[in-house]
Design a protein around this ligand. Structure first.
Ligand code: ASP
Length: 324
């Protein structure tokens, strides 16, 4: 009798480990909840390509846009938890938990965690011919022209929305915001002069700043970043409360697949991707910092998400900004 039980148990373990070794057997989709060509998309494509080399399967990026990233997040929360649909979402995963009254998923319980990906500062940028020349004149100009100045963002819950909220609360002025499906298309309009200014991840704005196609005033980084040495950091301008980083995490639908061999494989692959020289070179050139192997773990991402929900909740509640 005991022999039979032991044999059955051994067979079960063998099947589980074969399944773990087999994974992945088909292409993996990473849902990016913002438009193609924007900063989240750029990060996902770089990391996805490096992971694909390691996993031996294609990593396909699918842009599922809208509502500050929450539509894409909902798609993944409801996807089959089989290790073949993932989500790369940023700080908006934390802020949207408070900003949205009727989020169609439970932020802390709908996902499994693969690991943190990177952290990227934001930079306040404007169309090339926007009048203000530095941060002080930007504040004065925006206050004096608050009824006509337009601020682009990627919807409530996006990094650009959060950055705009902080900027407006810093200067005590509300502005007209123009929401886009991501700052990729917002950047196109900024370049075309259809919108005045915005706050974008350096991963999307650095090249345009370097070529002089847009103006930049301040970054949200703790100190000047190597890729943009001429742009002051917030603290230098006495704007310490304007400091924050847009962190990205890689998630899977809850229960992927129990007891999660896919997650372990994905975490290992993510850690490897974040050491890939091509990824590191691009991140460095665009002002992003790759997560360390300790940060690119399920536990570190979960802890970060919990801490960030707690960090932003009181600020969002104080601002009284909500969406349905
Ligand atoms: N940069 C956007 C944001 O504001 C997201 C994106 O377009 O990737 O969060």
């Amino acid at each position: 009798m005991w022999k039979m039980i032991a044999a059955a148990f051994a067979a079960m373990l063998a099947t589980a480990s074969a399944a773990a070794q087999d994974y992945p057997t088909q292409s993996i989709t990473i849902v990016v909840p913002f438009a193609a060509g924007g900063p989240t998309d750029t990060v996902a494509r770089l990391v996805g390509e490096a992971m694909s080399k390691d996993l031996g399967q294609q990593v396909v990026i699918e842009n599922v846009t809208g509502a500050g990233g929450t539509i894409g997040a909902a798609r993944v929360a409801n996807a089959e938890p089989d290790g073949y649909t993932l989500l790369l979402y940023h700080i908006g995963m934390a802020t949207s938990a408070t900003l949205y009254r009727n989020l169609p998923y439970d932020t802390l319980n709908a996902f499994d965690y693969v690991g943190l990906v990177n952290e990227v500062p934001m930079v306040v940028v404007a169309r090339k011919d926007f009048e203000p020349t530095d941060f002080a004149s930007l504040v004065d100009y925006v206050k004096a022209n608050k009824d006509t100045v337009t601020y682009a963002n990627a919807g409530i819950g996006s990094g650009s929305h959060l950055c705009g909220m902080l900027f407006m609360s810093t200067i005590g002025t509300q502005l007209t915001t123009v929401p886009y499906q991501g700052t990729g298309p917002a950047m196109t309009d900024l370049l075309g002069g259809q919108v005045d200014f915005m706050c974008d991840q350096t991963t999307n704005a650095t090249n345009q700043i370097q070529t002089g196609a847009i103006k930049a005033y301040v970054t949200t980084a703790p100190k000047r970043i190597a890729a943009l040495p001429e742009i002051p950091a917030a603290a230098e301008l006495g704007q310490k409360e304007f400091e924050f980083g847009v962190w990205h995490g890689l998630y899977a639908p809850k229960g992927t697949p129990a007891p999660a061999p896919a997650i372990e494989r994905l975490t290992a692959s993510l850690q490897l991707a974040l050491k890939d020289p091509v990824v590191l070179e691009r991140f460095g050139a665009l002002g992003a910092t790759a997560s360390t192997a300790e940060e690119a773990t399920p536990a570190a991402l979960k802890a970060k998400l919990e801490a960030e929900i707690a960090r932003w909740k009181p600020l969002i509640e104080a601002a009284g900004v909500y969406a349905d």
